[in-house]
Design a protein around this ligand. Structure first.
Ligand code: NCD
Length: 306
């Protein structure tokens, strides 16, 4: 399967076979991550972060360093005031002289696609507005596969901010390539984006709920998300839905014994700390798996892995 030189802009650009291939390759990079590798010596990754990030940026950088490569870039939220596509195109055409792969996070939807059109080196989307976060979806699938041994046949709930959360958009698309039942749990105001709902429900069974308690005993995966305060048009609307869900350890007594709780992080108040010590919590393991998936992707697009 040919990945060298490829962009990772939308999860929708990948078939199930291609995603499964990335997940298989991810198993093989774990030893490299543990002892480090020189496979990407001399290669440079540029991280262009026009929006705040802690783990995604560090995860990509760590992945590159563990592969022997180097990183440069910026993480200046103020640069988000660069609202013109034209400016981004220029930035990309400058930075591609400095780096072999570009990782971009931007508040505008479509920004990664635009960057990919202008760049001659591979572009990896690390989050565009409320639209998509494809590498997060791949690491979420990898987490499910590692922890539960399979993806097909599972009942998966996505809960929280399904309107503004980009991770759940990419994840819903990705999950719809598998044979799963999808439960969408959100306040009415934060229902899953229409275009995602339409596409996904054309492929798999989807049910919508407002209460988490309705699905807790049914699911194999509970994927919690943060209410995306920064993406609301008004603070008043945010106040209506803040703290909608708050998972506590005692809620989990109704859960299947093997049920896993995931979260892309950062969490605010949707998962109480008492859940961390239960057998169900996997959100910190997700971080390690994320590093591996990003090593796998970088290795593939730079031709170090095939
Ligand atoms: C997410 C994001 O940035 O979309 N974080 C991440 O990349 N792990 C989720 C969030 O900000 O809530």
């Amino acid at each position: 399967m040919e990945f060298a030189g490829r962009d990772v802009v939308s999860i929708k650009d990948f078939s199930r076979e291609e995603i499964d291939y990335v997940l298989e390759k991810t198993d093989s990079v774990e030893p490299l991550a543990k002892k480090s590798s020189h496979a990407l010596d001399g290669k440079i990754m540029a991280t262009l972060f026009f929006e705040p990030s802690t783990r995604t940026k560090l995860s990509f950088e760590s992945a590159m360093y563990r592969y022997g490569g180097d990183c440069l870039g910026f993480a200046e939220p103020k640069a988000a005031s660069v609202q013109k596509g034209e400016n981004l195109a220029d930035t990309v055409r400058v930075v591609e002289s400095y780096a072999d792969v570009l990782v971009i996070r931007h508040p505008l939807e479509g920004a990664a696609r635009l960057a990919a059109e202008f760049a001659s080196v591979p572009v990896i989307n690390a989050g565009t507005g409320a639209e998509e976060h494809p590498t997060q979806a791949m690491l979420d699938l990898y987490t499910i596969r590692r922890e539960l041994g399979k993806i097909d046949g599972l009942n998966v709930a996505l809960a929280g901010d399904l309107r503004y959360g980009r991770t759940v958009h990419s994840l819903a698309y990705a999950l719809s390539l598998y044979d799963i039942n999808l439960y969408l749990v959100s306040p009415t105001l934060l229902r899953m984006r229409k275009e995602v709902l339409e596409e996904v429900s054309g492929r798999i069974k989807v049910q919508e709920f407002e209460e988490l308690s309705k699905v807790l005993s049914k699911v194999d995966v509970l994927y919690m998300t943060r209410i995306q305060k920064e993406r609301f048009g008004s603070l008043e609307d945010y106040e209506k839905v803040r703290g909608s869900y708050r998972l506590i350890a005692s809620d989990l007594s109704q859960a299947k014994p093997e049920m896993i709780v995931m979260h892309p992080l950062p969490r605010v108040d949707e998962i109480e700390y008492t859940v961390d010590n239960t057998r169900h919590s996997k959100y910190f393991k997700q971080v390690w798996y994320g590093l591996l998936v990003r090593m796998s992707l970088i290795g593939l697009v730079l031709g170090a892995l095939s």
